[in-house]
Every structure is written in C-alpha cells, then in structure tokens.
Design a protein around this ligand. Structure first.
Ligand code: ADP
Ligand code: DP6
Ligand code: CO
Length: 322
C-alpha cells in the first residue's frame, strides 16, 4: 500500500486564472502548458488502516497543510477507501513562489496515491484526480505540452488535460529567472478567487484567453514562433492586469520582474526571439529557441544568479511501489 511518484512542474503558455467551480476546481477557461525538465516533486504515499491520522512531511518537516488534507479526503471518496495516508514529499522547485510547485505536487500525489491504493488509473483519470488537488496539476500528468480543457458541464467529468503536439520544426526552451524563491503572500487560489469576485476585467480575461488558445494552437501547427511568443506575452500580461483591477488591487510582479521584461524586449531588438511569461509570483520565464538559450541566460544573469535553462520535461511516473 505504498508508492513513490515523480511529476514535473509545468508553466502555462495560456494561463488558467479563475474557477467556475471552487469545490471541483473547474476553470473558467482552457489552458495550455509546457512541462519543465528541471523542476519536479517526488512524493511517497502510504495508505494504512493502522494510521490514526493523515500525515504530511514536506522537505523533511512535518506540516499541516489544508490543501493536502482536503485532497486526501477527496481521494478517499474517489477511491472508496477509509485508510489514512502518510505522505512524504520533496520539492525540487521552490514552494509557493509562482514556479508551479502545486502543479508538480498534486500530480505526484495523485499518481502515488492511486498506485499505492492498487489502482491502475489511466492518464485521463489521473489528470482529473490531480485537478481536484490543484488545477494546474491536471497538466503535470503529461510531459512536453498539455492542454487542460475546461469541460462542458458542472460534474468535471470532461475537465482534464491531454497532450498536444509540439511545433514539429521548433526546439523550444524556457529560461527561468528566479528573482524571489520565497513564498507568495497571496496564494494562487486566493488570488484568482479575489479576481473572479471583484475584478471588472475578469470577463474580458476569459474571452481573451479562449482566443489566445486558438491562436497559439494554430501557431503551433504553423511552427510560427513569433505568433507563439507574442501570444504568450500578451496572455500573461492580460492575466496580471486582472489582479491590478481587483478590490483590493494586488500584483505578483516586482520591480525585478519589470526589469527582466525590459531585458527581453532588448533581446528582441537585437534579433533574438525571446518572450516572457509570469505566474502568481515575481519570477520570470522566458520562452525562446534552444539555439538562443545561452544568450538568453547570459542576459538574464545580469538580474539574478539563479537562471535555469529548461526544456520540455517528462510525464509523471511511478518510481517505486510495493
Ligand atoms: P505555486 O506557484 O508554487 O504553485 P500555489 O499557491 O499554487 O503556489 O501552491 C502552493 C501550495 O501547494 C503550498 O502551499 C502547498 O499547499 C501545496 N504544495 C506545494 N508543494 C507541495 C508538495 N510537495 N506536496 C503537497 N502539497 C504541496
Ligand atoms: C498563474 O493551479 O496553483 O500558475 O487550482 O487553486 O490550486 P489552484 O491554483 P493553481 O493556479 C495556477 C495559476 C497560474 C496559471 C497556470 O498555471 O495556468
Ligand atoms: Co500553483
């Protein structure tokens, strides 16, 4: 009744930002992501009727985490089990810093929990399960590029991710500049909830995101990196605009984030195709072609000594089980 799984983080090129159902974690719009090879979570789950309570250990420390507790309760319902779980996890990514730790975390947890329960869930089911822990985790079940379709109804049955074909003629890289690895003040769940409830830009955002998704899918097929990059940048800034118009207004971006955006613009003026995106945190991810990744890294290194060159990463996998 014990299994260990690894899942990698993913960064959305077209963002998920806002739920239509908070309990089932159903998104207002579909999203599309790239899974990263450099950042991941490794999680071991053991189910046992000898355990009196659930336990969660993250990076060597026992902690109480409401998201994890809530998710284990959901998994018991889904699996028809009563056993409690001991969960031990290590993040090879900063936690709650806008680098998608919740994506790798809940994908690894869903997979390890399923395997430890003796189940053989397919990827679609695993994606649906991971979604119930954290929306972005639905996409981390898959490697390379994944699309989380928002789904058509209010049960969540068709709200899961699936792989999308990468642009066949483009070798993409994502260069990650970490300007602050500390935890955010407003977590993603709260930030998007406040946006949904109070930002007058929220409706415009969902309409924009759906259009951006169609645009980027066409650009993937056409191997048009300029359109891909411009769409990624516009989509990220549109998402961040929604938070600035919320009540109370807030932003995840810091002066260092804007300085890096300027550097990316300067790179483009010098003929290097590079485009930024940011999530619920100040760290900046720069999408470019592998042939330019070293030059992008050098440019970002003037802002921070923590720069990581990432490529499309692998799908979630079980690495050990009973
Ligand atoms: P991020 O930008 O890192 O995804 P979120 O605010 O979305 O930030 O999620 C952070 C939360 O995800 C943490 O507070 C914790 O509840 C959960 N989390 C992070 N890492 C793990 C892990 N390894 N196992 C279980 N839950 C985790
Ligand atoms: C900005 O998946 O972390 O990274 O579903 O509430 O756990 P919950 O939120 P989460 O939100 C991710 C927001 C984002 C964009 C994205 O990854 O699509
Ligand atoms: Co998250």
């Amino acid at each position: 009744m014990k299994a260990t799984a690894i899942a990698h983080t993913n960064i959305a090129l077209i963002k998920y930002w806002g739920k239509r159902d908070k309990t089932l974690i159903l998104p207002a719009n579909s999203s599309l992501s790239m899974t990263l090879d450099q950042f991941y979570t490794e999680t071991t789950v053991e189910w046992s009727d000898a355990f009196m309570t659930d336990q969660f250990t993250l990076n060597g420390s026992r902690i109480e985490d409401t998201k994890v507790t809530r998710f284990l309760t959901i998994l018991r319902q889904q699996f028809g089990m009563t056993e409690k779980a001991h969960v031990t996890s290590t993040n090879h990514v900063p936690t709650a810093a806008g680098l998608a730790s919740s994506a790798s975390a809940f994908a690894a947890l869903a997979l390890a929990a399923s395997k430890a329960a003796g189940r053989e869930d397919d990827d679609e089911t695993l994606s649906r399960l991971a979604r119930l822990g954290s929306g972005s985790a639905s996409r981390s079940i898959f490697g390379d590029f994944a699309l989380w379709q928002k789904g058509t109804d209010d049960t969540g049955i068709d709200s899961y991710a699936y792989p999308v074909v990468a642009p066949t003629e483009l070798d993409l890289a994502m260069v990650v500049a970490v300007v602050d690895a500390g935890p955010k003040k407003i977590d993603s769940r709260l930030g998007m909830q406040s946006t949904v409830e109070t930002s007058p830009y929220f409706e415009a955002w969902t309409a924009t995101a759906e259009k951006d998704l169609l645009t980027i899918q066409d650009a993937f097929k056409a191997n048009d990196f300029k359109i891909i990059g411009e769409t990624v940048e516009r989509n990220a800034l549109s998402m961040h605009a929604t938070t600035m118009a919320a009540t109370p207004p807030f932003s995840y971006l810091k002066p260092a984030s804007f300085a890096i955006m300027e550097t990316v613009h300067a790179l483009r003026e010098n003929g290097i195709e590079a485009y930024f995106t940011m999530d619920a945190g100040p760290n900046v991810k720069v999408l470019c072609l592998t042939k330019d990744e070293q030059q992008v890294q050098t440019a970002l290194a003037s802002h921070t000594d923590q720069v990581y060159i990432c490529h499309p990463g692998p799908k979630a996998r079980v690495i050990a089980h009973d």
